[in-house]
Design a protein around this ligand. Sequence first.
Ligand code: F6P
Length: 317
Amino acid sequence: MQLITVTPNPAIDHTVSLDALVPGAVHRARAEQFEAGGKGIGVAAVAAALGLRTAASGWLGDQNPQLFERAFAERGIADAMVRVPGRTRTNIKLADAERGDSTDINLAGIAFDAESTAQAEAALLARLEPLVAEGTWCTLAGSLPPGVGVDSLLRLAAALRARGARLMVDTGGKVLAQLLDRLPAAPDFLKPNRAELEELVGQPLSGTAEVAQAALALRARGIGHVVVSLGGDGAVIAGEGGCWLALPPRVPVATTVGAGDALVAGTLAALVEGRVFPEAAVFGMACAAARIQRIAPGLPPRAEIEALAARIVLQPL
Ligand SMILES: O=P(O)(O)OC[C@H]1O[C@](O)(CO)[C@@H](O)[C@@H]1O
């Protein structure tokens, strides 16, 4: 495997398309869609579309796995999800055509207790270990289900690292802070958004210079690649060669759901192909720009993504 995504708390994304979202009003939906989601699942979908040998892992409720199983089979993703008792959550995504964005209502997920966590953790490790080789990229992404603590993630990260995996982390809040404090070796790639980075550093980051400073501080903690996603404002990219602001191309937005996952997948695919920063992250941004133009998952042909990448403006910081 070139990429293994670990999604502890996957979700069925129920996207409801609206002309315009008005709180408190009655709406007539334009359309609806159910998709296999959760951060690692979104990363796997885009990475597999880009040609990476990809496995999706994590915990999936055994009462409603069909949507995920179909998605994995259709997209050529190896199904390494451990089935656990329960129903995978459904997250609501309200896509607002007028504003060109979406409002997310993410539910908690399957609740674990100490015993079921221990069982699920052991099963996950057993599933992952044979798939990981020296240099395999592993993403730990998204929220933790209720009852699962950061210790589980730390043990998992240690086991993956012991087999030579490179770690990408896309999570936020206390989980991110604790991972960074307690992981014996820093992750290889981190992709916080502005809010997650602000929470991590404990203060608002209003200007690009402040975001860049925080990204460089993460690099100083040993994180090789840092991409701070800024939504429509682009991204701050920090890697071996320096730090840049990358301004995205203006594109029509059907949904913003999955933009971050596409950014991660595209960046990882480019790194696997031998590109370096900032070009690898620019390719990731182009994948995100392609992803947000359609509600349905999937990517346009490679040439279209490269054309989007060519429209991204890089400013050294
Ligand atoms: O695990 P969290 O933080 O609730 O995020 C899950 C959501 O993130 C996404 O992966 C988009 O990034 C959705 O598919 C999913 O509903």
